[in-house]
Design a protein around this ligand. Structure first.
Ligand code: FMN
Length: 190
């Protein structure tokens, strides 16, 4: 028996990302982000929901670019801090001992200490409620060399990303339950 919980932002789980931008004054900045999702595969695009009040919003609008950085579990508290204070008052890279690296393809810094970073250029934006939805084309993904799985792709357990439970906790990713686009075949009838 289900009960109604009312209208809410229920999407569980969500990734915890660090959005990297240059502020309008040129300072590298990061903010924690969970409102996100892949939009298309060709070209590869990702959407991020950013409130207009964020300094990050100004940086994205000015440079039409951002990076999506995957903190690993060891960086969870640092990523949380990046969601607690604004780059208007804080140099978050310096305070957290993180290193901004200039992207090769877009005007936005990525975080050297994060195992994976995607360089994105804005191709679309729309006001949606109290956030702006920026759709970024993923032009390149920078990943540490030792994160590949047997098939050459990124091994999620090696990346060790942080999952955000909007009820209030961060989690790690657990073991595999089966191969996608494949384990369901046991239910296929001719
Ligand atoms: C776990 C977590 C997730 C967050 N997700 C978002 C988000 O998706 N969009 C957003 O606009 N703010 C989000 N925030 C809030 C911003 O990270 C926060 O307001 C930050 O201080 C903005 O920094 P800035 O002013 O330097 O851009 C999140 C914060 C936390 C802790």
């Amino acid at each position: 028996m289900k009960k109604s919980l009312g209208a809410d932002t229920l999407a569980y789980p969500l990734p915890l990302y660090l959005l990297g931008t240059y502020a309008p004054n040129g300072q590298p900045n990061i903010m924690a982000l969970a409102w996100t999702g892949i939009v298309s595969s060709v070209p590869p695009t990702i959407m991020v929901g950013v409130m207009p009040s964020r300094l990050t919003h100004e940086g994205i609008v000015k440079n039409q670019a951002f990076t999506v950085n995957f903190p690993n579990s060891a960086l969870a508290a640092k990523a949380d801090y990046a969601g607690l204070v604004s780059g208007r008052q804080h140099d978050k890279f310096a305070e957290l001992g993180l290193t901004p690296v200039e992207s090769t393809l877009v005007k936005a810094p990525y975080v050297a200490e994060c195992p994976v970073a995607a360089e994105c250029r804005v191709i679309s934006m729309a006001e949606v409620g109290d956030h702006t939805m920026f759709v970024g084309e993923i032009l390149d993904i920078k990943a540490e060399e030792d994160l590949s799985g047997a098939d050459g792709g990124l091994d999620v357990l090696k990346v060790d990303p942080v999952v955000f439970n909007y009820m209030g906790d961060y989690h790690r990713v657990g073991p595999s339950l089966g191969k996608s686009f494949s384990c369901g075949l046991v239910y296929k009838k001719k």
